[in-house]
Design a protein around this ligand. Structure first.
Ligand code: 8YV
Length: 319
C-alpha cells in the first residue's frame, strides 16, 4: 500500500522530521515561512495529513475550502485556537493536539516571567548592560517577593498544575479558578475559587493557563485588572487573546499592576510595540515550549496521532 503523504509546513525538530520521513511521504517546508490560506487549501489537495503549528490558520473559510483528500490535522501544539474545530468536524477532518508533553517547559517559562517581572529583571539588566549602573542603595531596585505571596492560576489543566507545582517549591500560596474543581489529589492543597472575581481579589500574582476561546477572549480587561490587589503581577504564557492589551497598559500606569510577564501577544509574531517602552513588562517571543526535549516530544506526539489514524485506530489526542 502506498505510504500516506503528509505536509509539514514548519521546520520541526530534526528527530521529528527523521521519524516522519521514515513513515510517510513528506512534503517539508524547509524555508519555515508562514503559509497563506490559499497555500494551505492548495496543499490539502495533495496530502492526506498535515502537522501544522499554531501559526497555520484553519479558519472556517479555510475549512470550507479544504480538499476532501485531507483527512487529519495532527497539530504540533496543545492550543487549537488556530483551528475552527466545528468547521473542520463538519468536513469530517480529524484534529489532534499535543497535550502533556509541553507542560513543564511552559511552566518553566511562566516561572521565569514571574520572577523576572517581580524582581525587575529587564530594568536591572538594562542598567548593567548599558553601563548606566552608577549607584547602589538599599532602596534601589526593590521588587516584589514571591515567597509567601498568593498566586492565582486561571486554568488548572496540565500546564496550570505544572506551574503550581513549581510555585509551591517557591513557598507560594496557590489559589485557582477552573471550570470544575480538581480532586484533592490534583489540587495538592491549592484553594479553589468557584468564580474568577474571588480569585482575582486574592491574586498578588496571577498566571493565565486557559485556552483562548470566544468565552476567554479579553478575560483580563479594565474591570478584571481592577479586581486584583494593588501592585499585582500578571503572567501570560497561554494566548495573547486572553488580555486586553490597552487595559494592561492602563493598569500598569495606574499602579494596579506593578509588572507583567508575557510570552504571548494579541499580534504574533511582532508583539505590541507600545509595550517596548515599559521595563516593567518582561517579554519573550512565544517560546514556552521551545526546548530540545519538548520540541521532540511534541513532534513525536503529533506523529503518534498520525500513526494511529493511518493504522485505522483512534488517535490518543483526538479532539
Ligand atoms: C508552541 C503553543 O510553541 O502548543 C501551543 O499551544 O502555543 C506553543 O507551545 C506552538 O504552538 C508550536 O506549534
Amino acid at each position: 500500500m502506498a505510504r500516506p503523504v503528509i505536509w509539514i509546513p514548519r521546520r520541526l525538530s530534526d528527530a521529528t522530521l527523521k521519524r516522519a520521513e521514515a513513515s510517510y511521504e513528506c512534503i517539508i517546508n524547509w524555508e519555515d515561512g508562514l503559509s497563506t490560506a490559499d497555500e494551505i487549501v492548495a496543499m490539502s489537495a495533495v496530502v492526506d495529513g498535515i502537522i501544522p503549528c499554531h501559526s497555520e490558520l484553519f479558519t472556517a473559510d479555510v475549512a470550507a475550502r479544504l480538499d476532501p483528500r485531507l483527512k487529519i490535522i495532527a497539530n504540533h501544539s496543545v492550543g487549537v485556537d488556530h483551528c475552527d474545530l466545528s468547521a473542520l468536524a463538519a468536513r469530517g477532518i480529524a484534529v489532534t493536539n499535543t497535550p502533556d508533553v509541553l507542560s513543564d517547559a511552559t511552566a518553566e517559562i511562566a516561572m521565569l516571567l514571574m520572577l523576572g517581572a517581580a524582581r525587575r529583571a529587564i530594568e536591572g539588566d538594562h542598567l548593567v548592560r548599558t553601563g548606566a549602573w552608577n549607584v547602589w542603595s538599599p532602596s534601589f531596585m526593590v521588587g516584589k517577593q514571591v515567597t509567601g505571596a498568593r498566586l492565582g492560576i486561571i486554568g488548572m489543566g496540565r500546564v496550570g498544575r505544572a506551574f503550581a507545582a513549581k510555585a509551591r517549591g517557591f513557598g507560594m500560596d496557590i489559589h485557582y479558578f477552573n471550570r470544575t474543581r480538581l480532586s484533592a489529589d490534583l489540587e495538592q492543597g491549592a484553594t479553589f475559587h468557584s468564580d474568577i472575581e474571588n480569585l482575582l481579589n486574592v491574586s498578588d500574582f496571577l498566571s493565565l493557563h486557559c485556552p483562548a476561546t470566544p468565552d476567554t477572549t479579553g478575560l483580563m480587561n479594565a474591570e478584571s485588572f481592577g479586581m486584583l490587589p494593588d501592585g499585582a503581577v500578571v503572567v501570560n504564557t497561554a494566548r495573547g487573546a486572553l488580555i486586553d492589551e490597552p487595559a494592561l497598559l492602563a493598569a500598569l500606569h495606574n499602579g494596579k499592576l506593578s509588572a507583567a510577564g508575557l510570552d504571548c501577544f494579541s499580534s504574533e509574531p511582532g508583539g505590541n510595540p507600545e509595550f517596548a517602552a515599559h521595563q516593567s513588562i518582561f517579554m519573550l517571543p512565544h517560546i514556552g515550549s521551545a526546548t530540545v526535549q519538548t520540541r521532540d516530544a511534541m513532534g513525536f506526539r503529533a506523529l503518534d496521532n498520525l500513526d494511529a489514524y493511518f493504522a485505522g485506530k483512534t488517535p490518543g489526542d483526538l479532539l
